[in-house]
Design a binder for this molecule. Structure first.
Ligand code: PEP
Length: 248
């Protein structure tokens, strides 16, 4: 495993023009146009962005994938094979917004992970507790329950993103101690339950921005960042990626 991985999650933002403008700005800089940096763009813009990214090192990512693998009567869905077809290298799976608004559960997420891996798209499984769960002292138990699908995956690479729900889009950032504790817990959980943690990158997500990126990325067991709001601004995202680039 070399270098840190930074993926920008644009969520349901941008239009065709602003998405292209953002990608152009990222392609213009060595800090963002390199291996280890990705953007998770809205599905409708992925194919056009794939054209713009041809020949670059910036990785195209999707924000979601269907739990159905084969082509067929699944109106509105985008399969892993379709994402692979246009050159997506990563896909977010189980982002807390998907769990909250679309009721995604472990059974569906396991299918999504399997489909992505089978298609050659690296899934990024998002896990994290709500504020209520943390205040009730249930955070480790909740995260372990979300990780529980991983031993079902017998082959293929994946990434884990720890994103405390209370820190997403709120401006509240987990303390470095909280981040270190959970990342160590996840690595240890992987060691105990999958037999290895060396190959698995664990990203932190939750209000990562220019001002806090370096400290977060330098925290033990943090292998990169999933960046929401700050990834919509090329300058802010570049500073986060620069911080990641300095830390190998
Ligand atoms: C996210 O959506 O994955 C995220 C971490 O958002 P933000 O950086 O805006 O908190």
């Amino acid at each position: 495993m070399s270098g840190k991985l930074v993926i920008g999650n644009w969520k349901m933002n941008t239009r065709a023009d602003s998405a292209q403008a953002l990608v152009s700005a990222l392609l213009d800089h060595a800090a963002t146009n390199r291996e280890g940096v990705g953007i998770a763009a809205p599905a409708v813009y992925l194919a056009a962005l794939a054209e713009s990214l041809k020949g670059s090192r910036l990785a195209l990512s999707a924000q979601d994938v269907s739990r159905f693998a084969a082509d067929g009567a699944y109106t509105g869905e985008t399969s892993a094979a379709m994402l692979a077809d246009i050159g997506c290298r990563y896909v977010l799976v189980g982002h807390s917004e998907r769990r909250q608004y679309f009721g995604e559960d472990n059974a569906a997420l396991l299918q999504k992970m399997r489909n992505a891996i089978a298609a050659g798209v690296t899934p990024v499984l998002c896990v994290g507790e709500t504020l209520e769960q943390r205040e009730a002292g249930q955070h480790l138990e909740v995260i372990a329950a979300q990780l529980a699908i991983l031993p079902e995956l017998t082959d293929g690479d994946y990434v884990i993103a720890y994103e405390p729900v209370w820190a997403i889009g709120t401006g509240k950032v987990a303390t470095l101690e909280q981040i270190a504790e959970i990342h160590a817990f996840i690595k240890n959980w992987c060691l105990q339950n999958i037999g290895s943690s060396d190959k698995i990158r664990v990203l932190y997500g939750g209000s990562v921005k220019a001002e806090n990126a370096e400290a977060i990325l330098a925290t033990e067991n943090v292998d990169g960042a999933l960046v929401g709001g700050a990834s919509l601004d090329a300058d802010s995202f570049r500073v986060v990626c620069q911080a990641a680039g300095k830390l190998i």
